[in-house]
Design a protein. Structure first.
Length: 156
C-alpha cells in the first residue's frame, strides 16, 4: 500500500502546483532538488510588494489626517421634508374631472391586469394595481365613482 522510497523521491521533485505561480518564473535547482524563483522575478515581486505597502501606508496616513479634520468640523444634519400633496380640489371643474377620468381609464386599460369573476369564471374584473393607486391617489375617489357609473368592475 505504501510508496516505495524511489516513488517518494520522484514524487517530491519539482514544485507543487499552487495557484498564481507561473512555471516560467521558476527554475529547477539540481543541487537542492527543488524549484527556485528566478532572481529577476524575485526582485520584481519585492519591489511590487514594497510599492503596495508604501501606498497603503500613505493612504492610512491620509485617512488618519482626514479623521482629524472631521473631528474639528461639527456635523450638520440635513432635514428632509416629505412632499405634501396640495390641499384643495384635485380638478378645478366637472369638465376637468371628466377628462381626467377618461385619461385614467385609458391608462388603466393600456395593459390591464384582470381577476376572475367567481360566478362566471371569466376574467371580467379589472385589477387596479398599487402603483396606479399611489400615482393617482388624489383622483381615486372620483375615478372609482366613474368606474361604477360605467359598470366596470374593479378590485384592488
Amino acid at each position: 500500500m505504501g510508496n516505495t522510497k524511489k516513488e517518494e523521491e520522484t514524487k517530491r521533485k519539482g514544485r507543487s502546483k499552487r495557484t498564481g505561480r507561473k512555471p516560467s518564473n521558476y527554475r529547477y535547482d539540481k543541487l537542492s532538488d527543488e524549484q527556485k524563483m528566478k532572481p529577476d522575478v524575485r526582485a520584481k515581486k519585492r519591489a511590487d510588494r514594497a510599492k503596495r505597502e508604501a501606498e497603503a501606508k500613505a493612504e492610512a496616513e491620509a485617512n488618519e489626517a482626514d479623521a482629524d479634520d472631521v473631528q474639528e468640523v461639527p456635523e450638520t444634519t440635513i432635514v428632509v421634508v416629505p412632499k405634501r400633496l396640495p390641499s384643495g380640489p384635485c380638478c378645478p371643474d366637472q369638465d376637468a374631472i371628466a377628462a381626467k377620468n377618461e385619461q385614467l381609464l385609458t391608462e388603466l386599460m393600456r395593459k390591464p391586469q384582470r381577476a376572475f369573476d367567481s360566478v362566471t369564471m371569466r376574467p371580467d374584473i379589472i385589477v387596479i394595481q398599487a402603483w396606479f393607486e399611489r400615482k393617482y391617489r388624489r383622483h381615486m375617489p372620483h375615478f372609482r365613482e366613474y368606474l361604477r357609473e360605467q359598470n366596470i368592475r374593479t378590485t384592488g
